[in-house]
Design a protein around this ligand. Structure first.
Ligand SMILES: NC(=O)c1ccc[n+]([C@@H]2O[C@H](COP(=O)([O-])OP(=O)(O)OC[C@H]3O[C@@H](n4cnc5c(N)ncnc54)[C@H](OP(=O)(O)O)[C@@H]3O)[C@@H](O)[C@H]2O)c1
Length: 310
């Protein structure tokens, strides 16, 4: 069919698929000839089974899955919980502050997302163990783990950073991500497989000058991902990493509230604006979905086109 041609009703039926909405009105979507047979048969099967059809249409592809997310009461972690929850997963949100957890749980419930909340400081061994135990007891297992927590207690010349700063950053940003993965893997094996996502940063590729040790901790997460992939792959668990650029959150406010720093970022961006937490959260949820079933050991950059190569 040539573009721009207005078709009569019968011609429309020959060249378009017809979609009937709940209020009974009929729309016609033009399709090329080669696609018509396939689309008609999909359409017929959706009509024959309206429940399956609704489920497919609403993309609830993670129904029945349980997802643990660290640092998920705000920003990227909360947006990832929303994206996973919209795909049907039961999300277990956590962070250090009890009130923050309660607020996030209330928000997610108001969006009809299945949610459990608990406090967890990822640097604390008892907290990590309690997070996993609570999930298994209350939700019956674990299928997805999102390691999103990070700290950055240091801004300055890297040679001024102390041993304490390095210990804290590597402990929270890197070691806890690995130790939590180790805790959840046996439960994922019981379920027959799973998916792990580490939240790194574009700063792991292109160091932000004043954030020395933080940059290195994020580079290390990109290294941890392919290092874990073969071992986890044998257990049918995929592991991937997301490297956000400048995303507008509280954590990054030290960067975007400073006009000079922000302008410097903008010069490096192809898409000349900050990202939203939802734009990062959606990619995290994608990596946990069946659509990403052939992706493991990878880092996906979500940074508005900032050049990210080691
Ligand atoms: N925003 C960006 O531009 C950007 C760019 C690249 C990478 N990232 C990465 O994205 C991740 C999330 O950052 P964000 O920007 O979304 O931050 P955010 O909006 O400020 O949220 C931070 C979350 O982390 C929790 N949290 C902080 N320390 C924690 C700890 N030790 N244990 C558990 N939870 C903790 C906070 O809640 P509580 O205070 O209640 O603990 C809060 O829920 C981090 O790994 C960060 O490095 C962010």
């Amino acid at each position: 069919m040539r573009p721009g041609i207005v078709l009569h009703q019968e011609e429309r039926r020959a060249h378009c698929i017809s979609v009937r909405s709940d209020n009974g009105s009929e729309d016609f979507i033009p399709v090329p000839n080669s696609s018509q047979v396939m689309l008609r048969s999909v359409g017929r099967s959706l009509l024959a089974n309206r429940i399956t059809g609704r489920r497919m249409m609403s993309q609830k592809t993670l129904t029945g899955k349980v997802a643990i997310l660290t640092a998920s009461t705000d920003g990227i972690g909360l947006a990832a919980a929303q994206a996973l929850g919209r795909k049907g997963a039961h999300v277990v949100v956590s962070s250090r502050g009890k009130e923050n957890v309660e607020r996030a749980v209330e928000l997610l419930r108001s969006e009809n997302i299945k949610v459990t909340g608990t406090t967890c400081h990822v640097g604390n061994r008892e907290d990590r163990e309690r997070l996993v135990k609570t999930t298994v007891e209350q939700c019956g297992g674990v299928d997805i783990f999102i390691s999103n927590a990070a700290v950055n207690p240091f801004v300055g010349n890297i040679t001024d950073s102390t041993e304490e700063v390095w210990d804290k950053i590597l402990h929270v940003n890197l070691k806890s991500a690995f130790l939590l993965t180790k805790l959840v893997v046996p439960y994922m094996e019981i379920r027959g497989g799973g998916s792990v996502v580490f939240v790194s940063s574009a700063a792991g590729y292109q160091p932000v000058e004043a954030l020395g040790p933080y940059n290195v901790s994020k580079t290390a997460l990109m290294g941890l991902t392919p290092a874990l992939a073969p071992d986890l792959g044998r257990r049918n668990i995929r592991v991937n990493c997301v490297a956000p650029g400048l995303i507008k959150t509280q954590f990054s406010s030290v960067l975007w509230k400073n006009e000079n720093v922000f302008e410097d970022f903008k010069r490096k961006m192809i898409i000349k604006r900050m990202g939203t937490p939802q734009e990062a959260g959606g990619v995290i949820a994608f990596l946990c979905s069946d659509e990403a079933s052939y992706i493991t050991g990878e880092t996906i950059t979500v940074a508005g086109g900032i050049n990210c190569r080691l």
